[in-house]
Ligand binder design. Structure first.
Ligand code: HEC
Length: 235
């Protein structure tokens, strides 16, 4: 009778488990009803879970992860296309080119003191011809302005400290707009250092024929160097 009462939760704290640790004992009461309901729920849930996710077509964790990544990528780019690098185009409107010109000749940036008002070059190279040391496309020119060449005397102008990105773009656009303007007596090209800027597509095409040329032109370039130094020394 006592056993039954315990089973139905009638009788509390009567049946001792029989172990005793320094006077601390344990009763064998049944679990509270709320706990039992929770426990039974987990068992039922587990059956449902196994059936749904292991036996039928519930998505696996891996699949869910992949779905979330795909959704995130889509939200980044509504078109669903993979994002290409941002392509900047030179500004061509008169206002922007004017702004670039003002920046170039301004007392604050003093580009003109090294590259001349007509960009013909003095301390810095001529910026109007097709020869570039660091590349003559918009990105390369912007990079030149931003990073500068401190070891050659040109300080970095970018990262918003001196010039905003917009201003750098205006400057670079202005420089590109002056291409081929043939200023009088430009700074001479140093053939040992300055290389003609060839767009990437053409570069790949000529690269294939290069090795032979490279061998024949390299010594010539070396010979040219002392001559240039002599010229520089005379000045
Ligand atoms: C103190 C002199 C000086 C000032 C000021 C100066 N530059 Fe330069 N700049 C140079 C020198 C020197 C070089 C060549 C660096 C080299 O030989 O690697 C150069 C290189 C460049 C180049 C790369 C040319 C090439 O052939 O790849 C660009 C573009 C340029 N400058 C733009 C500017 C602009 C725009 C400004 C003003 C915001 C400016 N520079 C201010 C001295 C200067």
């Amino acid at each position: 009778m006592a056993d039954l009462d315990i089973m139905t939760g009638q009788e509390k704290d009567t049946l001792l488990k029989g172990h005793d640790a320094d006077g601390i004992t344990e009763f064998d009461n049944d679990m509270p009803l709320w706990w039992l309901i929770g426990f039974i729920f987990t068992v039922v849930f587990a059956f449902g879970y196994v059936v749904q996710y292991h036996m039928s077509d519930g998505p696996s964790s891996k699949k869910e992860y992949e779905q979330e990544v795909a959704e995130f990528n889509k939200s980044k780019d509504p078109a669903g296309a993979t994002q290409a690098a941002v392509v900047l185009n030179p500004l061509t409107d008169a206002a922007s080119l004017d702004a670039g010109k003002t920046l170039f000749n301004g007392a604050q940036n003093t580009c003109y003191t090294c590259h001349r008002n007509d960009l013909g070059g003095m301390v810095g190279p001529n910026l109007t011809d097709e020869f570039w040391i660091h590349g003559g496309d918009l990105n390369a020119i912007m990079k030149s302005i931003k990073m500068g060449y401190p070891d050659k005397g040109m300080m970095p102008y970018g990262t918003n400290a001196r010039l905003s990105d917009r201003q750098v773009l205006q400057l670079a656009s202005f420089i590109l707009s002056m291409k081929g303007s043939n200023p009088p007596s430009p700074k001479p090209i140093d053939p040992a250092r300055e290389v003609k800027f060839v767009p990437e597509a053409e570069q790949a095409a000529t690269e294939a024929e290069k090795p032979k040329d490279a061998k024949t032109t390299a010594p010539a370039e070396k010979k040219a160097e002392p001559a240039n130094k002599a010229v520089a020394a005379k000045k």
